[in-house]
Design a binder for this molecule. Sequence first.
Ligand code: GLN
Length: 495
Amino acid sequence: MDLTYQSLAMVSSLLSTGDATSVELTEACLNRIDSSEPRINAFVTISSDLAMQQATNADIAWQNWINGKSKQKPSPLNGVPLAIKDVICVSDIVTSAGSTMLKDFVPPYDSTASERLRDAGAIFLGKTNTDEFAMGSSTENSAFGPTHNPWNLERVPGGSSGGSAAAVSAGMTYGALGTDTGGSVRQPAAMCGVVGLKPTYGRVSRSGLIAFGSSLDQIGTLTRTVEDAAILLQTISGPDPKDSTTIQEQPPDYLEMLSSSDNLKGIRVGVENEQIMGSLQPEVENSVKDAIKMLNHLGAEIVPVQLPHTKHALEAYYLIANAEASANLARYDGIRFGQRCTGNNLWETYINTRSKGFGKEVKRRIMLGTYALTAGYYEDYYLNAQKVRTLVQKDFAKAFSEVNIIVGPVTPTTAFKLGEKMEDPLQMYLSDVFTLSGNLAGIPGISLPCGFDQSGLPIGVQLLGPACGEQQLLTVAHIYQQATDWHKHTPGLEH
Ligand code: GLN
């Protein structure tokens, strides 16, 4: 049995019965990384020694439980190899954020998300490639070279969590953490044919996440199945005294409802027709329409909804995200944070550090964001963008008073060619047009595989739910996934 393309739930059950060991799983992943990584570049750092050491410990914990020496059943993640996006701090491993600025930064502490995974006994295979500071939609803005899409090596994997999405899709790991500020979990998930979950803002602690747009950033998961996403979310979510924006209520049991039904009777699914009719690649449009038909076939009632202000979400998002980025990135001055490039005086040190440490896209964002916050322009740009944000939130609140879920495309096209949009930032920004309104509203969203285009590239469908509605969102997504097999295809890299 090839262990690598199994679901996380499957390998977890093999571990719990003693039918596989964590050492075997970890070796299988590291071998796959060894053979595919030169073509894909999904990782910035591979932590094989740590992974093997963790796997040995995890096996002892399972053995003790299986032999009855321990009464405490290990977590379902105990012994399961995972990967973590390189904007999320993992203690004692370089966390570069895809930037020269942080290429030697070794955090002395874990992010809350990675600490919770570590405590659950998960195995850390390494840190995955990302657009610099998570700014981008293709993983091409990384100081460590672009990641290639496992389905077609000349295509981008999407971004900014492209390394995580590619690693899951290529069978290098059973799951990965990503981050989603404007679509960076859902968009690469769609382009790599895997499941991408962005939780409600505040569901997962941002402590130890390198900040981009603090009011939008959220840690999410990339997995092969919806059930796997639920398992990971269960472990990483919940209140955290280190992040005052975390939701104070304990999260519900995300797995409990998952298999409670095999149909969607009583579920109202909203569709915004304008979105579907937009400038979508025809194959994307058809696959999303088929997914809607499938939801309907499974018993859901399809209801038209209107989200009139989401057409301005892109402009509002890029103003707010860049404004917050310009403030968050001010700390990288070579004195307090970041790789120092010394000059003849303090001013020159600042200039050299920031000129050499940041890449082109990050500089563009800092300049745009600073401009939007400047006295005299603030009202026209930042303040207006915040007003649009409120209107978008209200659109969703109204829609969710009528429906349980909203369905639509994740991306306008399948994975584009490497280099294709690098000279045209606006085109690049447009690839997030369907995902970023979810971040402005702070609501959860999931991207699910729903088809392939003519050249064999994966297509995703997006389901959005109301704030804190992950339980139902995951349940609907799981029911869809049980009835389809798009998520079972693999890119066939071994041939
Ligand atoms: N592509 C979007 C951007 O560049 C979203 C990034 C993200 O979600 N991290 O801002």
